[in-house]
Structure formats: C-alpha cells, structure tokens
Design a protein around this ligand. Structure first.
Ligand SMILES: [Zn+2]
Length: 501
C-alpha cells in the first residue's frame, strides 16, 4: 500500500506595523479550499500545495489534499480567528485518517495577537494531532522568520530559493523530495538554524543580484549527501518580534554538527558583506522627473514599496497619485489606490461620466491626507485578478469592486475595494489598462514586480517614503527586536555582538 502523505497550506505574511487586523474573512475572500478542493482548485497553479501534491504522486505516495488557505499580507491575525483556522485544520487531519507524513506549506511570518510565531504554533498543533512519529516537512517563503520552535516541531524546514519569488511550486516539490528521503529511504532528517541580527530593505534581497547571489552560491557549494538543503531567509523587515533576523536553515540527514558548521560559514560570509545591503531611494518628485527624462519607449516603474499590500500594508497611501494628478501637464500613467468609499461613489456613474472623488488614507491615515481628483470613469467591475506573471501563476486574487478613473492630465487610477496586485501586470490589466502605452506605472511592491514586468519596463525608482512597509526601516518604531540590529543601529562591533543562535 502506498504511504499516505497529507498536504496543508495556510499562508499569510503578517506586518506588525499595519493598521488593520487579519481575520478569517481575509482568507475567505480568496477562497479556503478544503479536502479534494485544495487539489482540484490549485491544479496547474505555481503554488506550494500544487507542487507538493504533484511531486508526492510522482514518488508513488498517496497524496492527501487537506486544505489551502491564502490571504493577502496584512496586520496581526486575531486570536479567535486563528482558532477557527486551527479547527479547520484539525477537522481535515482527523477526516484524513492515519497519515504516514505531513507537509505544511506556511509563510513563516504569520503572527497572531498572543504568539509571534504562528507558523510554529500551527506546526506544534499539527504535531500534537499526528503524533511524534509522523514526519512533518515545512516550507516557508524567503521572507519568513523561521523560529527555534518550528525547527523543533518539524523534521525539515525549507524556503523559497528565489526573490522575486517564482519557485512556489518548486518549493512544494522539494518538500515532497525530502518526504521521500524520510519515508522511502528511511533517513532521519533535522534542521539546523542560525540567525544574524540583520534587517535589510526588501529592495536589496534579489537572489539573482549581488550582494545576495554570492551567499546563495556559497550555500549551494556546501550541499552534499549529508547536507540536503540550505535555505536563506533574509526575512521581511516589517515585523517587530524578539526572535528575528536573517535566518539560515540547513537540513541534514543526521550530522547536526556539520549542518551547524555550514550555517555558521554562511553567517560569517553575510557578516562580511552586511554593509552592502543598501537601497537607492528617491523622493516622489525626483522619481517622476527622472522617469520622464529617462523614458525611452518602455514604461518607467515607480515603486512605492512603503505601502505594499504584498508586504501587509493597506495600499491606500495616495501621495504618488497626488503628485501625478497635480503634475501640471499631461503624463500618461497608471496608478492604484484602495478606497472603498470612492469606489462606492463612482460605481453608480455611467462610463464616460465625470466624477469628483477624494482618494486615499481611508484605512491608515497616519501617513498623509487624501487628494481631491476630478476624473472620468473609464471602466468598472468586480472581476478578480488572475495572476499571469511567473509568481503564483494562475492564482485568482479578489480585489472587490473597482473603478478605473482618468484625470484630466491622463493619469489612470485603478481604485479598488481591496488591494490589487501591482507586482503582476494582471493587477492593472484586469481593468483594461494598456500599460505599454504608459510613461509611468506605479507599483506597490519592493521587488516582486521585476518578475511580473520583466522585459516590459525601462528603469525603476524606489521611493523614500514612510509607511508600514517602508524601505527605510529606521523610520519604524521597533520595540521587541534584539539590539544591536544591523540595518537599525550603527555600531562598531564584531560578529559575536549580532549573532543569535
Ligand atoms: Zn516573500
């Protein structure tokens, strides 16, 4: 009889500086798929659960889909809402019956009110249900914050190898490969974890660019028959928790000392180049003028990473829109904002009609004031976005109702009830915008957009703005993170001072 391996996926990235709170509704609007639905609905998508299920079958296992719950990044998950999620997982695990193995596809930076390591909590919870002898393999996003607890509760922990992330499915497959090592080859696996107190802007975490590329290559050079996987977790910088930092996990087949040594080699190499993780940032005005001057027929991208829904922010900061619509002359461009009251007001108008709205800061007013815009209604609808780029390909993202407005100076503004995905052009194209005709396109994403927009853009300009996902992390009020912290503190210390095992 084929061995039975369950796969469950609960994914959200939490931002502890975000104004909103995460509830089950945030997962429900994106669809919580239980049992066979998790298999059927994820089929063909570039997401972890689909990769794990397919690869388990390739290895001859009986792959049991348990659940897939995904929400756009957001604020802290409410405790009573997490309890509902755990109840779903428990029910699916009990319904599935006796399992020989379990794969958990988790983000790694999910945080609820009473626990800074919700992914560890979920893994411990699953461990209690399946018992101590059933191997558990966990996958994380590269922005996850792996903890000592999750390493203790699982048999192996791995993460994405890419940023921009394009290997969600592959990561799921790698987890299934490790499960085969555990169940077919009867190897006992473990994970060594080391951290460096370092918080860096997401802009500098590209895995095919320096400085991180050399660290990835070093990690790959250490993999052998005993060291099965090395994952790097530069960690998203917008979580204020005590156990945070650049994480290195090394999955080994019994030689813990060697795994620990590999993690230390990588930590030392990171320490040597820690000053190189600096982002180049522009003011909104400079970015717009550089973008216009440098335009050579391909859209110029202005990245407002300080308000990135993919990093947990609300997407309602309208400062870039204000600068574009008040630019003084025509500027063919596209931008987005979350503003439910404005959608409500404009939705009742007919296409072509003029509408006067106030845009922005309806959810998180800490960073600025709304901008008044008189615009023409170009389009409206409630069609969801279907991701077409290489990240999470095929995934459907609900953005609620939306309207497409155009200012007198040709700024097209996609206003939606929930955040659209500007890391993927589909987040705009759903509204019928022809991006390739734009001089400037506004993205709310630090780096992920570079995969979605590959080949279509000229230059990129990251903005130096404050907000819950600001690239200037010194602007955020951290209380819990250990100090000194590279990225937050200027200090003349040695590696021992910023190492946390
Ligand atoms: Zn990520």
């Amino acid at each position: 009889m084929a061995k039975r391996v369950g796969v469950a996926s609960i994914i959200q990235e939490t931002n502890t500086f975000a104004a909103n709170r995460t509830t089950m509704h945030d997962f429900e609007i994106q669809g919580i798929w239980l049992g066979a639905d998790a298999d059927r609905k994820s089929h063909g998508m570039n997401i972890e659960v689909a990769g794990s299920l397919a690869q388990l079958r390739t290895h001859g296992f009986d792959a049991i889909p348990l659940m897939r719950a995904w929400a756009m990044s957001g604020g802290i998950f409410l405790d009573n809402e997490l309890a509902k999620m755990k109840a779903l997982l428990k029910e699916e695990l009990l319904t599935a019956g006796k399992l020989d193995g379990l794969i958990l596809n988790l983000h790694g930076a999910l945080i609820n009110e009473s626990d800074d390591h919700t992914d560890a909590h979920i893994t411990e919870f699953a461990r209690e249900i399946v018992g101590p002898d059933v191997p558990i393999v966990v996958t994380h996003d590269l922005h996850g914050n792996p903890s000592r607890r999750i390493v203790a509760a699982s048999d192996a922990l791995i993460g994405f190898r890419t940023y921009p992330h394009i290997d969600q499915g592959d990561t799921g497959r790698r987890a299934a490969d490790l499960m085969q090592q555990l169940l077919t080859n009867n190897r006992r696996l473990g994970t060594a974890l080391k951290k460096l107190n370092m918080i860096i802007p997401a802009e500098t975490m590209g895995t095919s660019d320096q400085p991180l590329l050399q660290i990835r290559e070093l990690a790959d050079s250490l993999i052998d028959n005993e060291i099965l996987d090395i994952s790097l977790f530069p960690v998203q910088p917008w979580i204020d928790v005590a156990e945070v930092g650049f994480g290195i996990t090394v999955v080994h087949s019994g030689n813990f000392a060697r795994a620990n040594e590999c993690a230390e080699i990588i930590r030392k190499a990171l320490w040597k180049i820690h000053k190189e993780f600096q982002a180049t940032l522009y003011s909104v005005e400079d970015a717009i003028s550089h973008a216009i001057k440098g335009y050579k027929g391909k859209m110029q991208l202005i990245s407002q990473s300080s308000d990135a829904p993919s990093g947990g922010s609300t997407g309602d900061d309208s400062r870039v829109i204000a600068s574009l619509v008040n630019y003084g002359s025509e500027i063919v461009s596209a931008c987005t904002v979350v503003d439910a009251p404005a959608v409500d007001k404009a939705y009742s108008k007919s296409i072509g009609e003029e509408v006067s709205v106030s845009l922005g800061f309806t959810i998180d007013p800490r960073w600025g004031k709304p901008v008044a815009v008189i615009a023409k209604l170009l389009n409206k609808g409630e069609t969801p976005v279907v991701l077409t780029g290489p990240a999470m390909t095929g995934q459907v993202v609900s953005i609620g109702r939306w309207v497409l407005l155009e200012s007198k100076n040709k700024v097209q503004i996609l206003v939606s009830e929930s955040a659209t995905t500007t890391f993927d052009p589909a987040g705009y194209e759903v509204a019928g915008i022809d991006l390739d005709k734009c001089t400037i396109v506004h993205v709310r994403s630090p780096l992920l957009f570079k995969s979605g927009f590959a080949g279509r853009y000229g230059e990129t300009f990251s903005l130096n703005l404050d907000g819950p996902t600001t690239p200037d992390v010194k602007k955020l009020n951290f209380y819990k993170v250990p100090r000194p912290m590279i990225g937050l503190d200027d200090f003349a210390g040695d590696l021992a001072e910023v190492s946390s095992d």
